[in-house]
Design a protein around this ligand. Structure first.
Ligand code: SF4
Length: 198
């Protein structure tokens, strides 16, 4: 582990695996060499980069905002949360001292795992800027539509609870329980390691 990984052992994208199945997160952590970069992951990265070009030409009206200062590709690290990551875009409302993270997704279903990621970016931005993060946005590339994500106490508590468990697993090298939704196991690339399912 390098210094950055010691300070912030988890990537914001790890929250997606955690939400899908805690064991998928665990295998990514313990067996990083097992999982190659898949076509889907590569396509997501490339689509995000292409969207950044379109975003600079797009008005902030897509987010219901009249004005704001936009920034791209800003690397964030929080040693308090133990997280690191790079939101696709940040909108700064300097007068209101508000900061808004935006993430592009190559999906038309914007599930809870994506919302957890936006909450994480918001809390990390608050920590580095002192601005308030009350909301963020998920932008569905296929639907060309932004959806607001409330960064309220409920969302923050949910993130803290997930991180608490993730840190516990890292510290004690605990194998989490399998997902209760065993349908997910049918097409899981880690199924060969899970001898107690199906
Ligand atoms: S096989 Fe099932 S329990 Fe095991 S990692 Fe995959 S989804 Fe999770």
């Amino acid at each position: 582990m390098n210094q950055i990984e010691i300070e912030a052992p988890f990537r914001v994208t790890d929250l997606k695996q955690w939400t899908y199945c805690p064991r998928v997160f665990y295998y990514h952590l313990c067996l990083p060499e097992v999982r190659p970069v898949t076509y889907k992951m590569q396509a997501g990265t490339e689509a995000g980069q292409a969207e950044e070009g379109r975003e600079t030409r797009r008005s902030l009206k897509s987010y219901g905002l009249k004005e704001g200062r936009r920034e791209f590709e800003v690397a964030l690290l929080s040693s308090t949360l133990g997280l690191r990551g790079k939101p696709d875009m940040i909108v700064w409302l300097d007068e209101a001292r508000e900061v808004i993270p935006v993430d592009y997704k190559l999906s038309d279903i914007l599930g809870d795992h994506f919302k957890l990621q936006v909450t994480a970016y918001g809390m990390m931005l608050e920590e580095v800027s002192g601005y308030k993060a009350k909301r963020g946005f998920l932008y569905s590339i296929p639907k060309r539509k932004a959806e607001e994500v409330k960064i309220d106490q409920r969302a923050r508590d949910k993130l803290q609870a997930a991180l608490h468990e993730m840190h516990r697993i890292l510290r004690y090298e605990l194998m989490p329980e399998p997902t209760p939704n065993r349908n997910k196991c049918l097409a899981c690339e880690f199924r060969r390691f899970c001898n107690d399912v199906i």
